[in-house]
Write a new protein. Sequence first.
Length: 438
Amino acid sequence: MRLEQGEPTTMGKLQMKFDVQAALGILVMLCCSVIGAQAEELTPAEELGISAERLQRVDQVASRYVEEGRVMGMVTMITRHGKLVQTSAQGVLGMDNELPVQADTLFRIYSMTKAVTAVAALILYEEGHFHLDDPVEKFLPDFKDMQVYENGALRPAKIKMTMHHLFTHMSGLSYGYGDEMLTKLIGEADLVGSQDVDTFVERLSRLPLHHDPGEGWKYGYSSDVLGAVVANISGQSLGEFMKSRLFEPLQMQDTFFAVPAEKLHRLASSHAWNKAENGMLLVSGLPFQSGYRVAPFDAGGFGLISTAGDYLKFLEMLRRGGEVDGKWLLSPKLIKYMAKDHLPRSITEANIGPDHDRNLGIGGGHGLGIGVYIDPIRRGVLSSKGELDWGGAAGTVYWLDPVEDVIVICMSQLFASPWRLRDDLSVAIYQSLTVSLE
């Protein structure tokens, strides 16, 4: 999602209001700490067409968020031309954990899972296991004869849901945003509480669609269904497939659906902003149990836990056209196809005004499992056409700019943030470029 708010998660009951003043002293001491282990790897900014002095404004943005109590902790990483130019860790792991945030801090990345699931599915696509216009019911029979909720009544869907619909969020599957009845039905189905992916699929398939597949764009459970298709085709769980086909080749040793016991001490606590009380609340904190998960099953839309460094490896693979260590996880042609806007212009051009879809974003389009900014002028923020991006409900965000050859990752853990962190970072980063490739 492009705005980190309102995404279904296993947040549980909010508790423990954050006292900004009590924590401020600790946060100030810990802010502005450049990650020591990675500082030696930094390439001088000037060699990459970046002003080192102006790049410090990125650290200043992060410092302000921590010092003002907007987040408990934050990690940022920036590369240009594949070389690390900025990285910092600021703040602490949580309201309940005063240990400092580090380069290897683990974060729940929620919807940043979606791009990883899409790549997993596209590996199978290139191997010839499906076509984009194949009906989903070919692999998951539960999605046969779907219903659409329209004008207070159910009717049969006019169009079969396809694999392409899953990649682009045009399937009609929804999180329920803005629709009281769908939200109620989704809550009653307890989708996130499903103990396995088969139960999730069975429960979801009983719910009506928001619209006919292909007839609109709606943010929802499409990527989770895509993950279920990967599991069905591969004969492995989604996590097993990702580990063998993505995480091991990319050496992403800190990305998983379940946190190993020996790594639990690196997991940041999760928080939410309480607008009514103008304060922060603890959502998920110590003690964490061995095998901690966001959901009981391998949720392809929101289930992964990762680090900034690991996710950077994933994005760097995309930047390099699918290549890692001389081998190709995907072809360059496929990644270019993935990165195109696949939405009809009737959807993207209509997404403007005060009632626009905030998940798609003004000026935003969508590729195969990844967001694509198609109009930076319409968006109204210093940025580039063709940026590949998305974010997670708990305050994680990334983008890959193919024009300026820049990758940005920012990790924090705050639901319902009222601040424009993504835009603040965008301005701070792009104003530092002394050489623009546009």
